[in-house]
Design a protein around this ligand. Structure first.
Ligand SMILES: [Ca+2]
Length: 144
């Protein structure tokens, strides 16, 4: 079966936005992974406690795995203690996909294989338990 990135060009929300407009939330789903210095053209929150990026897939899907593209140029270690979960509303995310302990390295591509029967419309990617920037150049959510 052909896999499909159901996050592509969908609507994204972030807990905060670092240095607008260089890290706009839509960069996370624009189908591009760009090396542009200072992580620009990658989505990034401010440095804050429990930062998150939320993708609205527009309909309910059964994702197989989620792929996170870390920033390319520098400070890749900021990606750590990441939890990906799903919900059918944008306020509650009861379905775990999986997690990534990290710390990441520059250019790292993180595949998180979802637990079986993971299902939802809203996908939350969150660094839990830390005050950190959450910077992602792309989020792919694959269904088959
Ligand atoms: Ca991108």
């Amino acid at each position: 079966m052909k896999t499909q990135n159901v996050a592509s060009k969908k609507t994204v929300w972030m807990s905060t936005e670092h240095n607008p407009p260089h890290h706009d939330r839509q960069y996370a789903v624009d189908d591009k992974v760009v090396l542009n210095g200072q992580g620009s053209m990658c989505s990034s929150t401010q440095q804050q406690f429990n930062p998150w990026i939320l993708v609205d897939l527009g309909a309910i899907y059964n994702p197989t795995y989620v792929t996170l593209f870390n920033r390319i140029d520098d400070v890749g270690y900021r990606l750590h203690d990441v939890f990906v979960s799903f919900g059918e509303t944008n306020t509650d995310f009861p379905v775990d996909c999986g997690q990534y302990k990290g710390p990441g390295v520059n250019t790292e591509v993180v595949h998180i294989v979802c637990q079986k029967n993971a299902r939802g419309r809203f996908v939350k990617t969150e660094i839990k338990g830390s005050t950190e920037f959450l910077t992602l150049c792309e989020i792919s959510i694959l269904t088959s």
